[in-house]
Design a protein around this ligand. Sequence first.
Ligand code: FAD
Length: 449
Amino acid sequence: AMKPAQEADSARIAIVGGGLAGSLLALALARQGHGVDLYERRPDPRRQSAGAGRSINLGLSKRGMQGLRMVGLLDDVLARSVVMSGRVIHAPDGNTRYQAYGKDAGEVLHSIDRNELNHLLLDRAQQHPQVRLHFEHRLVHADKAARQLEFDTPDGNVVVQPLWVAGADGAFSAMRRELQHGERADYHQEYLEWGYKELTLAARPDGSSVIELTALHVWPRSHCLFVSHPNLDGSHTLTLFLPFEGEESFATVRTPDQVSALFAKYFPDLLPLLPGLLDQWERHPTGSLITTRTAPWRFGDWAVLLGDACHAVYPFYGQGMNSAFEDCCVLMAALADHPKDLAAAFTRYEQQRRPHTDVLAELSKANFVELRQKVQSPWFIARKRLDLALNRLWPRSWLPLYTMIAHSTMPYGEALERSHRQERLLRTALAGIAALCCAGLAYAIGVKP
Ligand code: FAD
């Protein structure tokens, strides 16, 4: 049975997707006095019994923090997160090396449990009198001409007619599909040949961590890669990245012996720390990773997309959630700049944002190579040190690319351009120094020009 559109909806904003971006945007809009209906496909995740979901954590950095500050939640989130002040690189022989993220105390990342963050955002949204939450509402169709959304719910389909819609329904966005249906739209998606599996590295019985707590840990191998984020209880969430197919891959590493052999070969130091490895391997699913680029992100004065719905990126720069929260900030600013013209606000938002998230997609791909291989190379380490040294000498004018991406809110494209400029300057300077050395040497040994 299909219920008719509710009259009152037409004065309210609909948000499709109650994940990270959707719930943050709901709060931001409500705080501006808008009525918001948040529609989420899943049942209320806060009803799940404690411990039911696996802990999956994310690295929160400057851009995401700015979004949380906008809705007054930053302090609550930081209180629930673990500071990561640098990376610990684990070599195959078990040796470790620490690389600080930056020279300032503020240049750190914060590891936060994704579910906990989502619950907090939903709680606060629910407490706001302007927000209504609708769980088990899956968007199935949008009628752009009639300005209606249709949801599949346990009680049958429901049609609503909101003032306008924000699509924050993730990488496989139904709102994107509906918004672009019949339009001159571009959509590009690309899967990584590697998948991932999450494992938990438990804390000791006394709650202390078995590896350095306040850092991101990386076990870089050219053939596979582990990254870990700390949790408040002293445990760590390990994410193994491994090809889907090939000689050593998710396809061939299946039996307990094969799993043990993979760990013995590449991560012998982790084996004794993971007594429940085989059980976890069996129970935890293998995830895939997708990059998407698309345009347009908007339809007239009625619909707009944000977060993974319009730019899913590989997780290797740790910017997916951060950029989704930054979208919320840019969208709110565009709405404030064009209070009476939604179409202009949406256009402005897309123009300000899309070129930069396209850059982020490329940076996230490039960082896959960096995490796997380069963090081990002496040349790369020397280059990182030089970058940090130059940053210390000229803190305002010399900024490493990672610093600009993770610890600033400079638009991604500008950060990349600036890093290219610095690179050129450095090359010229090094070439100049080399030329001077040659000239000096020639003079010293008495070569006449
Ligand atoms: P989502 O969080 O995916 O939320 C979308 C919501 O929409 C979901 O709740 C879904 O149920 C709902 N939905 C879907 N379809 C419908 C429908 N038809 N109707 C109604 N609702 C619907 N980011 C970082 O910033 N730092 C990190 O360290 C980091 N690490 C990551 C590690 C991994 C392994 C992965 C996979 C991602 C990582 N990310 C990280 C990225 C981050 O998880 C995403 O970018 C972020 O969750 C995007 O938020 P979103 O709200 O756009 O989408």
